[in-house]
Design a protein around this ligand. Structure first.
Ligand SMILES: [Zn+2]
Length: 337
């Protein structure tokens, strides 16, 4: 573990200690049993802090291998690696992860996304029990008729990424009601994230607004915060990439996001996706990449979306020679009717 990692965990532990001390002082309804448990916990925190001081923090006390960082992020008092857990503890961990997966899946839209005038399909899978990718149709802003979609990706995988994403999902839904413009919404989310969450992982996302969805030509506005460029394919086969209009979010609160405008006519197809698709790797460590994505989608641009997306996933898996992709992924297709 690096000095910076140790400092990070020292701060987590100190914050926990402060919170418990505060709770013990303030609470008027604490039972003697609870107080004893709190004292026991404070003792464990102090013991963990001494391990930070002598740099043995993060080493498994049984086998001396590193304790998994993603577990320490959630519970910095852990001192045993997964491999050294007892059978019962391993079973408990499995159960917790299955539960975490249910919570995560509940955050993704439960129903088919509906925008009148468009056909929409989405597919997603997480590499571990819980994913860091997210997509949603946001609640409308009262003074605007823009319908907004978001696809986001947290750096990293597993529980910490999933927990950060569930925070972002909540913030997005709240902020969406007061900012119509995708660029303003993304800027505001970035400020919220930088100021409120001690983030060590960053988030890339695309927020897309659709206006006049039912008319012959729909206006599309978008802000792309360091995310994979969505692919827009016209009925004639011409392709455009909706490139980033700003940096990933969570780094600095003064980053600005530009808004870019385009339009979609009947038959035009838009593919939004996360890096689990384009960064899928074959045995030669070649990535699937934008070019292969374009080559696959372009001749199939008129296919039914219900078969196009599963076909794409099968194609990416065949490229990577794997029954399961290594990273979380989301892929979403929108076609104007
Ligand atoms: Zn161990």
């Amino acid at each position: 573990m690096t000095i910076a990692d140790l400092e990070h965990f020292r701060n987590l532990l100190l914050e926990r200690e402060q919170n418990i001390l505060h709770w013990v002082e303030e609470s008027t309804t604490t039972t003697p049993g609870d107080l004893n448990k709190a004292r026991e916990l404070l003792g464990q925190i102090r013991e963990a802090l001494t391990r930070v001081d002598d740099h043995s923090f993060g080493c498994c006390k049984v086998c001396c291998d590193p304790v998994e960082t993603h577990r320490l992020e959630v519970q910095p008092l852990l001192d045993v690696c997964v491999g050294c857990l007892s059978k019962e503890e391993q079973t408990q961990l499995e159960t917790d992860l299955v539960l975490a997966n249910r919570v995560y899946r509940a955050l993704l839209p439960q129903r088919q996304l509906v925008i009148d005038g468009f056909d929409i399909q989405a597919m997603s899978a997480e590499a571990r029990y819980i994913g860091g990718d997210y997509y949603d149709l946001l609640p409308n802003c009262p003074e605007s008729n823009l319908q907004r979609l978001v696809v986001a990706d947290t750096m990293g995988k597993g529980l910490p990424a999933g927990l950060l994403m569930s925070n972002i999902q909540g913030a997005f839904r709240l902020l969406a009601e007061s900012h119509a413009s995708p660029a303003k919404l993304v800027g505001s989310l970035n400020r919220w994230l930088c100021r409120n969450i001690p983030v060590t992982k960053f988030v890339s996302l695309v927020c897309l607004g659709i206006e006049n969805a039912k008319e012959a030509s729909s206006r599309i506005v978008y802000a792309n915060a360091g995310h994979c460029s969505p692919l827009l394919i016209r009925t004639g086969g011409e392709m455009e990439l909706l490139a980033p209009t700003g940096a990933i979010i969570g780094v600095r609160d003064d980053f600005e996001y530009l808004e870019v405008e385009t339009s979609m006519q009947s038959g035009d197809l838009l593919i939004l996706y996360t890096d689990g698709i384009v960064e899928a790797m074959n045995q030669d460590r070649d990535e699937f990449g934008e070019k292969r994505l374009m080559d696959f989608i372009q001749p199939r641009r008129a296919h039914d979306l219900k078969t196009l997306l599963p076909d794409l996933i099968t194609h990416v898996k065949a490229f990577a020679l794997t029954p399961q992709l290594a990273d979380d992924y989301i892929v979403m297709a929108l076609r104007k009717r």
